[in-house]
Design a protein around this ligand. Structure first.
Ligand SMILES: *[C@@H]1O[C@H](CO)[C@@H](O)[C@H](O)[C@H]1NC(C)=O
Ligand SMILES: *[C@@H]1O[C@H](CO)[C@@H](O)[C@H](O)[C@H]1NC(C)=O
Ligand SMILES: *[C@@H]1O[C@H](CO)[C@@H](O)[C@H](O)[C@H]1NC(C)=O
Ligand SMILES: *[C@@H]1O[C@H](CO)[C@@H](O)[C@H](O)[C@H]1NC(C)=O
Ligand SMILES: *[C@@H]1O[C@H](CO)[C@@H](O)[C@H](O)[C@H]1NC(C)=O
Ligand SMILES: *[C@@H]1O[C@H](CO)[C@@H](O)[C@H](O)[C@H]1NC(C)=O
Ligand SMILES: [Zn+2]
Length: 230
């Protein structure tokens, strides 16, 4: 009886692990056009998320987290609304991860009276439910939660949290899938598309704790051992 009970518990645990495993499956197939947006367009914006680093900070900041927020409603390639990059070191604000910085920037861009949108605060808040957030690494649970609170239509990430952890990064070990799975009470649904163009996002995150990994393009190992812009 006791043994049977244990083995039942064991099979339940294995089944749960399998279920979690299949939930964690990510969408990165190149033949898929999700919400009418094909892979080459996804790749274009993921490259822009990488490029935001060079535009806003440097081609190889230590915290190489870049984000772009895009309007895909008009079709075609879509329209850049705003971008952001990890800005903890300049602001001293530890919550200024790339995604938070981008959301803050978009609020400012959308409500700027002399900018292209000139929305009211409530219009700006509502606008997020039509936008897509591209970020070059999977969001931490703080940012994944902010993405859900904002109500984005889509959230697309490059390098996974699993890869970050495996490569030495300190992370809070909750995946975006888990955050999204628990956010069912919130009003807007959101599509999660993971591990897009990791072959081009990974190199921004693999050098920090691995002294033998090459620096991103435009950078070299400085005397401190960190990658610095050429
Ligand atoms: C970081 O914050 C400073 C001060 O608000 C701002 O001037 C700068 O543009 C920001 N940079 C990024 C990458 O967000
Ligand atoms: C997104 O694009 C559509 C189509 O051009 C436009 O109607 C809408 O206002 C845009 N949304 C934002 C937030 O810019
Ligand atoms: C992907 O979509 C873009 C924008 O609509 C289009 O210009 C491009 O031709 C498409 N690419 C492929 C391979 O279908
Ligand atoms: C906000 O986004 C705009 C448009 O992408 C960009 O030009 C600007 O540098 C960004 N500002 C910050 C602080 O990141
Ligand atoms: C922005 O919108 C407000 C109304 O919400 C209007 O009074 C103002 O003139 C607009 N600004 C510009 C530059 O058009
Ligand atoms: C990365 O992989 C994508 C296909 O997933 C490919 O289109 C792209 O050219 C690759 N990038 C590089 C730098 O090889
Ligand atoms: Zn974060």
């Amino acid at each position: 009886m006791r043994l049977q009970h244990l083995s039942l518990l064991f099979s339940v645990a294995v089944a749960a692990a399998h279920t979690t495993g299949s939930l964690e499956n990510v969408i990165s197939e190149q033949y898929l056009a999700i919400n009418g947006v094909n892979f080459s367009t996804r790749a274009y914006w993921m490259r822009q998320a990488n490029a935001a680093l060079g535009q806003l900070v440097s081609p190889c900041p230590f915290g190489a987290f870049g984000t772009v927020i895009v309007n895909h409603t008009a079709g075609g390639l879509g329209e850049l609304v705003c971008m952001g990059a990890n800005n903890i070191s300049l602001t001293g604000n530890p919550s200024m991860h790339g995604e938070i910085a981008a959301i803050k920037n978009c609020s400012e861009v959308l409500t700027d009276p002399s900018g292209p949108y000139n929305l009211t605060a409530s219009q700006a808040q509502k606008a997020f439910s039509s936008l897509s957030l591209y970020t070059n690494a999977e969001s931490c649970p703080m940012c994944a939660s902010a993405i859900r609170w904002a109500g984005f239509k889509e959230y697309i990430y490059g390098t996974s949290i699993e890869t970050l952890i495996a490569q030495g990064w300190g992370q809070i070990r909750v995946s975006s899938v888990d955050v999204f799975a628990q956010s069912f009470d919130l009003p807007y649904p959101a599509r999660l598309i993971g591990e897009i163009l990791t072959n081009e996002t990974d190199p921004y995150f693999l050098w920090q704790y691995n002294p033998t990994y090459p620096c991103p393009a435009g950078c070299h190992r400085g005397s401190s051992g960190s990658c610095t812009a050429n």
